[in-house]
Design a protein around this ligand. Structure first.
Ligand code: NI
Length: 422
């Protein structure tokens, strides 16, 4: 388990700046690197704000969040993602940092490859990118320093063990998208260094987390926590919290956000969380014509399936707003409508303690509790909510578990055993 200390945070609501990066109890070198990256981004964000001071009315925001790529006694991989908005332009950058515990070093790509195999790996990557990108440019980038704000690539391991090497946008060409290359597991196996093998093993150890056992809610007193509107900046932190407490939850995600952070959603799902559909753009669904509604919900289910490998069976209509058309289209798409009986109003009161009191105090057997993981204060209240509900004798489960895995498409559910026929 990750031995986290208080994370490093920079929060300035006046300029829509919100940064959180993890700090581990036993890895000062890694901590320093993570803080350094965060500070570099904050510095350049503030610089942009000063440069733009003469242009009032433009909206600026920056959020930095993180997710765990892998963790073992030998290696830890952390991905930071940096979302910025300047005017109407939104960008997301990802930076991966791999740390080798025995040598207390942050690893660059050449460190994970055995020295004798490095030339072959460079050629393989250059070949894979030819003719779209110039080989000498690829080679120069591969030799460049630092997988942070330097030109060097970031890297990680896919679920099947392939090495994924990613060049930031603009490094290989003028394009605005990052460029990734996958190196197949089999030739790679003999080319990894000891540190590379540790990093890969750490990824695989992390990808197969111990999932909480499924509970029988016909016999036990169950409550389902649900988190809407993500995936967002605090989702990874929330999932880490839930995993630490060995508690599952259900995430109703917005398709547009899933398309921006498919990797993040994959992590949420891999951690044993249930994923439901919360529409593509968080529109009020009753305002959409049936055809547009169908397209909207299908696009989100497609994005979820692409990211997680599972097609959702649950829909939460934004604002709980539904009508006969929403019911009919949901039925057609195989989606049950999941409302709630406990509304924490966490979006209105940015107050962890209040959220905690409402969730713990109001929940009863079979309750579905509405929360939002896009609010820091909601995520902050989660440890207290878990403790409070468990103290009251409740078992925390996903919505599907709560409803006995027998939800009917097109039907509306607000809690356990209260299926309302339309
Ligand atoms: Ni919502």
């Amino acid at each position: 388990m990750l031995d986290q200390r208080t994370p490093f945070r920079v929060v300035d609501p006046n300029v829509h700046l919100d940064v959180v990066v993890p700090q581990l109890a036993s890895a000062p070198v890694l901590n320093r690197r993570l803080r350094g990256i965060a500070k570099t981004f904050v510095h350049s964000f503030r610089h942009t704000l000063r440069a733009e001071a003469g242009r009032p009315g433009r909206y600026h925001a920056m959020t930095i969040g993180w997710q765990l790529l892998g963790h073992s006694g030998q290696a830890t991989g952390i991905q930071l993602w940096v979302a910025q908005q300047h005017g109407l332009t939104v960008t997301i950058e990802r930076v991966t940092v791999w740390y080798d515990t025995p040598t207390e070093t942050v690893l660059a790509l050449p460190d994970v490859i055995a020295p004798r195999a490095w030339p072959a790996v460079v050629s393989a990557i250059a070949d894979a990118l030819t003719p779209t990108y110039r080989p000498n440019r690829v080679r120069a980038a591969l030799g460049a320093d630092g997988a942070t704000r330097g030109k060097g690539p970031t890297f990680g391991f896919a679920a099947d063990g392939d090495l994924v090497v990613t060049f930031a946008a603009g490094v290989l060409s003028g394009g605005s998208e990052p460029v990734s290359v996958r190196l197949a597991k089999s030739p790679l196996a003999s080319r990894l260094s000891a540190a590379g093998r540790s990093a890969r093993a750490a990824t695989q150890a992390h990808r197969a987390p111990a999932k909480p056992a499924r509970a029988d809610c016909a016999k036990r007193r169950c409550v389902a926590l649900t988190f809407d509107d993500g995936p967002g900046s605090f989702t990874a932190e929330l999932v880490a919290l839930l995993q630490q407490h060995e508690v599952p939850a259900t995430f109703f995600v917005v398709g547009d956000r899933v398309r921006q952070s498919p990797d993040l959603l994959a992590t949420v799902s891999a951690a044993g969380m249930e994923i439901g559909n919360h529409s593509s753009f968080h529109d009020e669904l009753t305002f959409l014509a049936a055809r547009d509604l169908k397209r909207d919900l299908e696009a989100t289910s497609d994005a979820i399936a692409a990211a997680t490998g599972h097609r959702p069976t649950l829909l939460r209509p934004p604002y709980g707003s539904r009508n006969a058309t929403v019911d009919r289209v949901s039925e057609h798409l195989g989606l049950s409508e999941i409302l709630w009986d406990i509304d924490t109003l966490d979006w209105r009161y940015a107050d962890s303690r209040r959220v905690q009191n409402v969730a713990v105090g109001s929940a009863g057997r079979g309750s579905i509790v509405l929360l939002h993981d896009v609010h820091r204060t909601s995520v902050g209240g989660v440890p207290g909510i878990i403790r409070g509900l468990q103290r009251r004798g409740f078992t925390l489960v996903t919505v599907s578990e709560l409803l006995g895995d027998r939800t009917v498409p097109g039907r509306v559910y607000r809690q356990q055993a209260t299926a309302h026929q339309r």
